[in-house]
Design a protein. Structure first.
Length: 438
């Protein structure tokens, strides 16, 4: 059922609290199942698992569309006005794009795994399972229902649904450990629970706003596009931006596997998983901030909007400093606890990756701000610059091993933070000049 939302920072903090509660549970589960996964498979097979997973997630980003951002951006006013007809037509448009992306993605996955499996150094026995795993990820990670939950301010329900993945993976890990650990069994378990969550998200979305998801709103694509003329541009920009983000997150691991082999990929993967886990607050903040920024731009003055941006930026900066300190002091003990002696040397890789995560966290308010103010092209251009810096850094530093790739990641994210900071400063200054009373 739809319910009224609070305003401003209080709502962001409330939603972050829900997200952190769910992710806190997920973090505890992930440490446990990562320990089972990495120890039971060993460094080389864990590397195979990691390369298959990274390739599948990259395919998801390439073929899927971040429709949740479109739902939030163009559905915020409809939700505020309780115009469920207009909102429903937007949902069906985005859902249709999700389905099209999944179909296209499966076709691309077939060509990637069956055409380039050897290039990725995948064992021939894993080609079939890797293809089906990628298809499962593509169908499970449609984001339209996520956007419905977020724009309706029901982060609590989203957390309950997403808790199924870590809990399911943990239970499955112990079962697989008992019956005999293999790469195929872990991939099946990961795919199964992702598919369950994908289905549950659609069920929850329907329960919240059944009137919007009524089939009578299906097929009015032309009316939706005419009502929201800037939607195609926003959709295209966010698609390419999210694709670049996925390239940045998964590309380094694939580069390690290509240049340095599967064992090095396994070592890098565990360090990267911990860095992303420590820096998970950035994605939590982004998910909580964007809906609130989208609403704030329709109801707040520019001065109040700028105040909200400053408050969230301070929180993000404090979190960024905490990420780096956590990596320095907790990195090696965590790697020893999770992976054992074979993975301890990954502590050196973890430090630059965590520094990169801190820069990402410090810039977390920027992309939602630019999207909500109609400047979606800017984050795309900045991300393209960061990916170019990353690619150059990998080629120049890969001879140092996985740590060189980690340093390249940190440099690229530092560039992203610096350029995005300057961009946001200029955008806010221009907004104040144009919207402030003369």
């Amino acid at each position: 059922m739809f319910r009224p939302r609070r305003d401003g920072l209080a709502n962001i903090l409330k939603n972050v609290a829900w997200l952190m509660g769910g992710k806190g549970f997920g973090a505890v589960c992930s440490i446990a199942y990562l320990a089972v996964l990495s120890r039971s498979l060993g460094l080389k097979d864990f590397g195979h698992f990691s390369l298959i997973f990274a390739t599948a997630i990259s395919l998801v980003a390439l073929a899927s569309f971040q429709t949740w951002q479109t739902v939030v951006k163009f559905g915020a006013q409809s939700v505020q006005e309780k115009d469920w007809t207009r909102f429903g037509r937007l949902i069906w448009l985005c859902g249709g794009l999700d389905v099209a992306g999944a179909v296209i993605g499966c076709i691309i996955a077939a060509s990637v795994f069956y055409g380039f499996g050897e290039t990725l150094e995948l064992n021939a026995r894993y080609i079939d399972v890797a293809f089906w795993f990628a298809c499962a990820m593509l169908w499970s990670r449609m984001t339209t229902p996520n956007g419905i939950v977020r724009v309706l301010d029901r982060f609590d329900l989203g957390i309950y649904v997403e808790a199924v993945v870590p809990a399911g993976r943990l239970i499955a890990s112990f079962i697989i450990l008992a019956v005999g650990p293999t790469v195929e069994r872990f991939l099946f378990a990961w795919a199964f629970f992702d598919l369950i969550v994908g289905l549950l998200y659609w069920i929850v979305a329907w329960r919240i706003v059944p009137e919007a998801l009524h089939h009578k709103h299906l097929g009015h694509f032309r009316e939706t596009l005419s009502t929201n003329p800037s939607l195609p541009q926003f959709f295209g920009v966010t698609y390419f931006s999210s694709t670049l983000d996925a390239v940045y997150k998964q590309g380094p691991l694939l580069a390690v596997g290509y240049f340095l082999g599967t064992s090095a990929a396994g070592l890098y993967r565990l360090a990267d998983q911990l860095a992303q886990g420590i820096g998970k607050l950035s994605s939590l903040l982004a998910r909580a901030i964007f809906p609130e920024f989208a609403m704030a731009r329709t109801t707040h003055s520019i001065d109040n909007f700028s105040k909200l941006v400053r408050q969230t930026s301070i929180i993000a900066a404090i979190g960024g400093a905490a990420v780096t300190l956590a990596a320095v002091f907790l990195g090696e003990p965590l790697l020893l606890l999770i992976g054992g002696e074979d993975y301890v040397r990954g502590a050196a890789i973890l430090i630059p990756l965590a520094i990169g995560a801190s820069f990402e966290l410090a810039s977390v308010t920027y992309e939602p701000l630019l999207y909500s103010t109609g400047h979606a092209l800017y984050p795309l251009l900045v991300r393209a610059l960061a990916v170019a810096v990353l690619a150059a850094g990998i080629f120049l530093l890969v001879h140092l091993g996985p740590i060189g790739v980690g340093i390249a990641v940190a440099i690229g994210l530092a560039v992203l933070w610096a350029v995005m900071s300057l961009t946001v400063k200029l955008v806010l200054r221009n907004l104040k000049r144009t919207e402030s009373p003369q």
